[in-house]
Design a protein around this ligand. Structure first.
Ligand code: HDE
Length: 752
């Protein structure tokens, strides 16, 4: 669609939504369509899914019957029924002995309705409980062919996918923008079976051996006595554990960096973390690490923004994922691989590839793009899809095998095991979102929630009674044949290799690879988190860890805590920095970035022009007005002064200096010496001041310039663009947004 048409459609849709009637500008619309304000009583078939609720295609390519379709199981016919299909005359009153009498036990409808409601909840995931997913497609480039025979990586092959993003520590209802590692799990429904890449947005992990997973998670989760704090690592048990367990140091450095407060799921990198073994068509092997590179670039929130958002919009990331897909700005990533020779020692340039607390810098092993991921369809039903999706690192396809990384090995057990409790039995792969798109012919039978009606009499091998079916296949027929890796004939030990004991070199590598501003954020995050701890001994112990990473970092944090900075006891080795680890620098597409436009309801034409221009630049305009609803001229307010907060937007544009709206708090606390100028609505002033403080691009023309002055925002500051018209400022705002933020507004005092 042409940008102008997009704007027109969007405006008409919005007017229709708000007024319940087609916009008068819509050609062919009935002159006065009745508003849908009363409950319809005329029976009719269920409404088709809304345009944004397409039904996932769960059908296997062969057309094999893998179970009942979700549509068949639900919402048929025009009338309300029980779960048995019995039509009901009333669902608002229980069956009672007289109008004011007790309820009768025989009320089977009441009993079924309440019984089902009582059991609507399933256990949340023990980790990664809070998340959101989307459907999409993965398109192979064919560039992995020399090292990997997996069919879905071949050139032009399009594979349906479902991706779920998550935080790790918080409960299912916790806020999105907490400081935490993010999960990035993708299910590829390939023709050779389902492949799950269950990764994180941080390339290393807290622990080297999966047996310690319960320890690190118990430490990070809320305290067992009061169950606080929720979704936070800023508490004693977390810092108690990581300060004692120094192999976590590298991960903790990432977690205190801006990576742990992403701006959006679509601006996160993803990592498979472990090293995998790839096998090519000739049977040759390589070791490899997976990377997801966001097309929008890596971009994070500022800590203050993250904290504010947790209050004003705790669903910020979930909403952003949903809205960006609806707006057509499909989140995209390149899947890349770092490839290493499969040598007996499984190291590369001295880095142990089986140690998940280590990365291989991209400068030593470049990331080769092997395919593109596009998320282009929102789930129809959150519970059915995002909640019930079950990932497993053991869901592999020919060409991708596991290694002996002891973290990965433990995960190979955990991901199936956990579904037994979470999804209630062993048949979770029959839940629609988990159904493979490859034909399934297993000999697994019965169990809770069995949906398949298996034929035959011989679910065993060998058999003659079912004609020997099903048959095994060879590697030449896409069977997964484990690589016959030579396994060291050692003693049984509970030990780690010597190389695993270097806990600081790569923590320092990370620190040294960041820009001064990013380092400042890391130092402040440590200071904040340790400042929330009660135990002095824990703070002191963590400072000793930081002294080993870097004296400046240690000094900064110690000063903030009011403690002496200790000397390093076991200082990290110096290695060359990896510039690829810094997320500042470079320019990125602005597609789908959110621009808040403060509009003057009296100036429709001006507002329409801004909307059209922002849209034409590929960004998403959100109109902010003194009141909600239609603004005239086909425009609709998406936010009001009451509901908008600067942290939601990537940039602000304004053409007006709106006076205080009737619902603004009176400015009783105005101090002498406050900036003079027209009396602007205090919430608009706050919007501008915050946007300025958070180094966002601000564009203003006409009365907007006066509003900036009234808010005390310096109009000549870097990243504040003023001009005569929207066109005069928009180009510069787009350029600024391409760099994500106006970084020059943050001079950093930290020595490099
Ligand atoms: Fe997980 N992890 N994990 N994990 N993990 C789970 O599986 C586990 C680890 C990751 O959106 C659980 O279905 C162990 C590393 C993601 O549904 C559970 C260990 C990485 C998700 C589990 C790890 C991850 C999970 C909880 C140490 C990055 C969310 C519910 C050996 C490479 C997937 C579930 C989703 C979820 C266990 C460590 C990523 C309990 C034992 C390292 C993205 O099985």
């Amino acid at each position: 669609r042409k940008p102008a048409q997009v704007v027109k459609d969007a405006l008409e849709k919005a007017v229709e939504k708000v007024t319940g009637a087609a916009s008068p500008t819509a050609p062919g619309a009935p002159a006065s369509a009745p508003p849908d304000l009363v409950e319809p009583t005329e029976p009719r078939e269920p409404l088709p899914p809304k345009p944004d609720q397409g039904t996932p295609a769960h059908v296997t390519p062969t057309g094999a019957d893998t179970g009942a379709s979700p549509q068949l199981n639900s919402q048929q016919g025009a009338h309300l029924t029980t779960s048995q299909g019995l039509r009901l005359p009333d669902t608002d009153h229980s069956l009672k002995a007289g109008e004011r009498g007790p309820t009768l036990l025989q009320d089977h409808h009441l009993r079924e309705k309440i019984m089902h409601f009582d059991h609507e909840r399933i256990p949340e995931r023990v980790v990664h409980a809070r998340g959101a997913g989307a459907h999409g497609v993965f398109i192979g480039h064919g560039t992995a062919a020399a090292v990997c025979k997996a069919g879905f990586l071949q050139e032009g092959v399009r594979t349906p996918v479902f991706t779920r993003f998550s935080t790790v520590v918080g409960s299912r209802g916790s806020a999105d923008t907490v400081r935490d590692t993010r999960g990035f799990a993708t299910k590829f429904y390939t023709a050779e079976g389902t492949f799950d890449l269950v990764g994180n947005n941080i390339p290393v992990f807290f622990i080297q051996d999966g047996i310690k997973f319960p320890d690190v998670i118990h430490a990070a989760k809320p305290h067992p006595d009061r169950e606080i704090p929720q979704a936070q690592s800023a508490h004693d048990t977390f810092w108690d554990f990581v300060s004692l367990h120094t192999e976590a140091t590298h991960h903790v450095m990432w977690q205190m960096s801006d990576r742990a407060i992403p701006r959006s799921y679509r601006t996160m990198e993803g990592f498979g973390v472990h090293t995998f073994r790839l096998v090519n068509a000739e049977g040759g092997t390589s070791l490899a690490k997976f990377h997801w590179k966001p097309k929008a670039g890596v971009h994070s929130l500022l800590w203050e923004e993250a904290q504010l958002i947790n209050g004003v919009d705790p669903d910020f990331h979930r909403r952003d994922l949903y809205d960006s897909i609806e707006s057509g700005a499909y989140p995209q990533w390149e899947l890349g691989i770092q490839v290493f020779p499969d040598t007996p020692d499984q190291t590369f340039e001295g880095i142990d590839l089986l140690d998940s607390t280590k990365i291989v810098p991209e400068e030593l092993a470049p990331v080769t793009p092997v395919g593109t991921l596009v998320l282009n369809r929102n789930p129809t039903n959150f519970f059915a899809e995002s909640e019930q999706v079950a990932f497993h690192v053991g869901h592999l396809v020919p060409g991708i095998d596991v290694t002996d990384d002891p973290l990965l090995q433990a995960r190979l057990f955990s991901y199936l095991d956990t579904q037994l409790t979470r999804l209630g039995g062993p048949n979770f792969s029959q839940i629609p979102i988990n159904r493979p798109h490859a034909p399934v012919n297993d000999m697994l039978r019965d169990g809770f929630h069995q949906h398949a009606v298996h034929g035959g009499v011989a679910p065993y091998k060998p058999n003659t009674l079912d004609g020997g079916c099903p048959f095994t296949a060879g590697a030449d027929m896409s069977a997964f044949v484990e690589f016959p890796q030579v396994v060291e004939q050692g003693r049984k030990v509970r030990e780690a290799p010597a190389s695993y004991s270097d806990h600081y070199t790569q923590a320092r590598l990370f620190w040294r690879s960041l820009t001064a501003l990013e380092r400042e954020h890391v130092a402040r995050a440590f200071t904040f988190e340790l400042g929330k701890c009660y135990e002095q001994a824990i703070k002191e112990r963590q400072l000793k860890v930081l002294a080993n990473v870097d004296p400046v970092l240690c000094e900064q944090v110690a000063t903030g805590l009011g403690l002496p900075a200790p000397e390093a006891e076991n200082p990290a080795r110096d290695v060359a920095p990896s510039p690829a680890l810094s997320q500042i620098g470079g320019t990125w597409p602005v597609d789908g970035r959110l621009v808040g436009v403060v509009v003057d309801p009296a100036d429709h034409e001006g507002a329409r022009t801004v909307v059209a221009e922002v849209d034409a630049a590929g960004m998403v305009p959100l109109l902010i007005a003194p009141h909600g609803g239609p603004l005239g001229g086909g425009l609709v307010a998406q936010r009001t002064f009451l509901t908008a907060r600067s942290v939601e937007f990537d940039a602000i544009l304004l053409a007006t200096a709106p006076p205080p709206a009737p619902d603004a708090l009176p400015a009783r606390d105005a101090k002498a010496g406050a900036p003079s100028g027209p009396a602007v609505d205090p919430r608009v002033s706050l919007l501008l001041q915050e946007a300025f403080r958070h180094a966002k691009a601000i564009g203003a023309w006409g009365g907007g310039v006066a509003a900036l002055e009234a808010a005390g925002v310096p109009v000549d500051a870097v990243g504040v663009v003023t001009g005569d018209s929207p066109s005069a400022v928009l180009g510069s705002v787009v350029d600024l947004l391409g760099e994500h933020r106006v970084w020059d507004r943050f001079p950093s005092a930290l020595p490099i």
